[in-house]
Ligand binder design. Structure first.
Ligand code: SAM
Length: 277
């Protein structure tokens, strides 16, 4: 199967509905800290040599560029690509603060006139596809950016396992109200093996990670945070604002109970090799 799929035109879609606010910057940086050990494990599984060339697509304010920078070393080259100008500015600040000399940044989407095709040893994205209406287009463009014999690697959540215990109807209802307005497929994580195969990747590898949260943990209330961010879209979709307020009040009370635990969405990691020429 060719890794030059017919889906490239949609790769430019970048309606990132979580926005580019200072709060979202901080959320992404904190989330990056949380997911750093998993990202290290992922890179341990990939043959990324010193001197390699890596691309982090949808890098946000840092993504995994610090890890890629350390792995590829002084002769390596890491490129961070993001559609959003503010994200690129913040990434520039992170790169300067962490003194990552081998990292450069590009604003845009794939395919970008500023980036070579069929050139990178590794093309990676994390939490890019879940927010995007055209994940196949992005993956196809990622595959086309990797050199023959190079790798693509993807880390995406799957909300299927995002759950609170004891269960509560307000959790289920709020989660189901968010699914159609989130901007992408919240179950994309579970589809990564098929999606990677569809863009021509071979030797597919898989791993997954999750977490448990308790009251007081930053991510115990993430569903409530999203319900706040997407309030206008949820009500525009037909939910009465009073119903939404009642659900969030009920759920806030439930999540604050000392016995309530939240199991995080599953972070699925999938990687595959682009066939050698
Ligand atoms: C959820 S954030 C993840 C950031 C980073 N990968 C991380 O793990 O912290 C998604 C990022 O992808 C960017 N983005 C969305 N669609 C894009 C596209 N088609 N091409 C490049 N960047 C995109 C957004 O601007 C945002 O910075």
């Amino acid at each position: 199967m060719s890794h030059q799929p017919q889906l490239l035109p949609h790769a430019s879609d970048h309606d990132y509905r979580l926005g580019a606010s200072e709060a979202e910057r901080q959320r992404l940086l904190a989330q990056g800290d949380l997911l750093r050990p998993a990202a290290r494990e992922l890179l341990d599984r990939l043959p990324l040599a010193e001197g390699a060339r890596a691309l982090d697509v949808g890098c946000g304010p840092l993504g995994i560029m610090d890890l890629l920078s350390a792995r590829t070393g002084p002769h390596g080259r890491v490129t961070g690509l993001d559609a959003d100008r503010r994200m690129i500015e913040w990434a520039r600040e992170s790169v300067a603060a962490l003194s990552l000399p081998n990292v450069s940044l590009v604003q845009g989407t794939l395919p970008s006139p500023r980036l070579p095709q069929a050139a990178f040893d590794l093309v990676h994205c994390r939490l890019l596809l879940i927010n995007n209406a055209h994940p196949r287009g992005i993956l196809g463009a990622m595959a086309a950016s990797a050199r023959p014999g190079g790798w693509i690697a993807v880390q995406e959540f799957d909300w299927a396992s995002w759950h609170c215990d004891p269960p509560h109807p307000a959790w289920d209802r709020l989660k189901s109200l968010l699914v159609p307005v989130f901007g992408g497929d919240v179950h994309i994580g579970g589809q990564l093996p098929t999606l990677l195969r569809e863009v021509g990747a071979m030797d597919i590898g898989l791993a997954a990670h999750t977490f448990y949260w308790r009251p007081g943990d930053r991510y115990q209330g993430l569903l409530l945070h999203f319900a706040g961010l997407f309030r206008d879209r949820i009500t525009a979709n037909g939910t009465d604002p009073r119903t939404l307020d009642a659900l969030t009040t009920e759920l806030r009370r439930h999540l604050a109970h000392p016995d309530t635990v939240v199991r995080e969405a599953l972070l699925v990691q999938a990687w595959g090799r682009i066939p050698p020429a």
